[in-house]
Design a protein around this ligand. Structure first.
Ligand SMILES: Cc1cc2nc3c(=O)[nH]c(=O)nc-3n(C[C@H](O)[C@H](O)[C@H](O)COP(=O)(O)OP(=O)(O)OC[C@H]3O[C@@H](n4cnc5c(N)ncnc54)[C@H](O)[C@@H]3O)c2cc1C
Length: 530
């Protein structure tokens, strides 16, 4: 067995892990080892933005988890893609750069997390960001993460925004600006027409640092504890088990499913549950794996006669072939599309302080995470509940790390989420039937002529699933269900922090990549004592 020693060990090379490992290895003062179960994240399928449609439904660079049967979804199993490569889920995500609502972070602070209010976290969002529009009070232009306009958006996206305006919704040129509400185009984490995963932003450019050792295809089995102190990590690479030891700290960044799984496999978690799997309890911590929450989402889809949209047809195939050449030669064209080109944040009730619904407008037909294909061309729109009240959990299915944990999303376990989604569906349908979209619109799939709330509810239960933002399974806080404190230190264990989406105490009202990078930035700054 090989045993190496570093100052810091980062477990998982995703959005949180890459950010922390890159920042901790700046300067030459500290040695850092990052362990990632997947490969180097440089494959062309990751770099071509629209190739996500091929990756999403398959276990390519993707853990492709299935959830437990969901009573709220008529007993269906949900699907939970998660990235498996350097960059983690940012290597397979839709690249939309959205931070959430400013008040979401003030809510974290109000929940007892000092230093996590909007004014506290804004500098870390800015530190990460290199926005093509330049820097200002709200945006950074010196960070490693390129945030840019879409290179070749489809014209229909502007008509979606016009449809919103026709219904008196404001248009919004910047969802990360002073106000979040309204209809607009998403900015994307792309650089010159290529996906910019967090690995491409933070790790690939610094792989030659002598004090940074990035181990890929290295699957961590558990954290090694000496009493209540984290001292190392056991991992498997090329069929052999090795250890790495940490002089200073271990930072767990396995993401919302693997971080609680790895804690439990290391003996940290709810004692009864660990004992039921024959695991020696090192620290009884009730909250590990609890508090799981996600943006439950419903997609409406329409057929369209236009070939300017993605679709399955002979002509559409020819267009894709042409666009492969265009992307290869110029890094422009359809292949740069993030699919979800435009979107909206809306309030189900004007009296609300924050939008409680989000739409993603997609320039192709999406059905069951692209696992179900339809002939012809079309477009879709997602509607999701931004602050769901339902909660789920991550528990162990086995003591073998290579077996997926049991993921119970608890969708619609609180019926308020379903009622809000029905309301959101009604608003979305009004938008999709506004005159601005007349020239694109063909047959509505699934819900044509469906107007009764009960029928819509039952269709939602039949077809709703994630829009890929699960968080909260190792929540930060100061109550008895909290797993980490406001310095991201695991309660009861020395030298162990968590930096990924699992620490979010509540789900923010927006997409979760930028917030996870912010968490990574803040974690590194806290460790460095900045
Ligand atoms: C399909 C999809 C679309 C999305 N679209 C968007 C979007 O457009 N905009 C947005 O803001 N957010 C989006 N998200 C969400 C966002 O990408 C995630 O919230 C974010 O990347 C989570 O970061 P993380 O660090 O918590 O976890 P991850 O980025 O998932 O990183 C966890 C890493 O740990 C590794 N790992 C796990 N177990 C082990 C182990 N035992 N040993 C070693 N390594 C391990 C994994 O392989 C992975 O690399 C999307 C997500 C998906 C899946």
């Amino acid at each position: 067995m090989v045993t190496e020693t570093f100052d810091y060990i980062v477990v998982g090379g995703g959005s949180g892990g890459c950010t922390v490992a890159s920042r901790l290895s700046e300067g030459q003062n500290s040695s850092v080892c990052m362990l990632e179960a997947g490969g180097d994240g440089k494959n062309v399928m990751i770099r071509v933005p629209s190739a996500v449609a091929a990756i999403l439904p398959r276990p390519i660079f993707n853990w492709a988890y299935n959830t437990e049967p969901q009573p709220g979804l008529n007993g269906r199993k949900g699907f939970q893609p998660r990235g498996k490569a350097l960059g983690g889920s940012s290597a397979i995500n839709a690249m939309l750069y959205v931070r959430g609502h400013q008040l979401d972070y003030d809510e974290w602070q109000d929940l007892g997390n000092n230093g996590w209010g909007w004014d506290d976290v804004l500098p870390y969002f800015k530190r990460a960001e290199n926005n093509a529009r330049g820097g200002d009070d709200l945006h950074g232009d010196q960070g490693p993460l390129s945030v840019s306009e879409q290179v070749s958006p489809r014209p229909i996206a502007q008509d979606f925004i016009k449809a919103g305006e026709q219904l008196q919704y404001p248009s919004n040129p910047d969802f990360n600006g002073p106000t979040q509400e309204g209809f607009g185009m998403f900015q994307v984490t792309q650089k010159d027409g290529e996906r910019q995963s967090v690995a491409a932003a933070y790790i690939h450019p610094v792989m030659d640092r002598k004090n940074l050792d990035v181990k890929t295809r290295a699957t961590v089995h558990h954290i090694i504890l000496d009493g209540k102190k984290a001292v190392g990590v056991a991992y498997e690479q090329n069929g052999a088990v090795h250890e790495v030891r940490a002089n200073k700290e271990i930072i767990l960044s396995g993401g919302v499913f693997a971080s609680p799984q790895l804690l439990m496999l290391s003996g940290i978690g709810p004692a009864d549950h660990l004992k039921s799997h024959g695991i020696d309890v090192k620290h009884d911590l009730h909250g590990v794996g609890q508090n799981l929450q996600d943006h439950i989402d419903y997609i409406s889809a329409y057929k369209s006669p236009s070939r300017d949209l993605f679709g399955l047809s002979l002509g559409g195939g020819m267009d894709i072939i042409k666009s492969i050449f265009e992307w290869r030669n110029h890094r422009t064209g359809m292949l740069t599309s993030p699919f979800a080109e435009a979107g909206a944040f809306i309030k189900s009730d004007p009296a609300l302080e924050r939008p409680d619904l989000q739409m993603h407008f997609v320039v192709g037909i999406v059905d069951d995470h692209s696992r179900k294909l339809h002939m012809g061309h079309g477009y879709s729109c997602h509607i999701c509940v931004l602050r769901p009240k339902s909660r789920g959990s991550v528990t162990l299915g086995s003591t073998n790390v290579s077996k997926p944990p049991k993921i119970d999303m608890g969708y619609f376990s609180n019926e308020d989420d379903l009622d809000l989604m029905v309301k959101g569906f009604g608003i979305m349908r009004q938008v999709l039937e506004a005159p601005a979209l007349d020239k694109w619109r063909g047959k509505e799939l699934y819900t044509e002529n469906m107007h009764e709330n009960d029928a819509i509810k039952s269709m939602i239960r039949q077809r709703a699933d994630t829009v890929y933002h699960p968080v909260g399974s190792c929540k930060m806080g100061d109550d008895k269900m909290a797993v980490v404190d406001d310095q991201l230190r695991v309660y009861g264990i020395e030298n162990l922090r968590i930096a990924d989406a699992s620490i979010m105490p509540t789900l923010i009202g927006g997409n979760t990549n930028a917030p996870t990078i912010m968490i990574g930035e803040k974690c590194a700054a806290m460790i460095k004592g900045e």
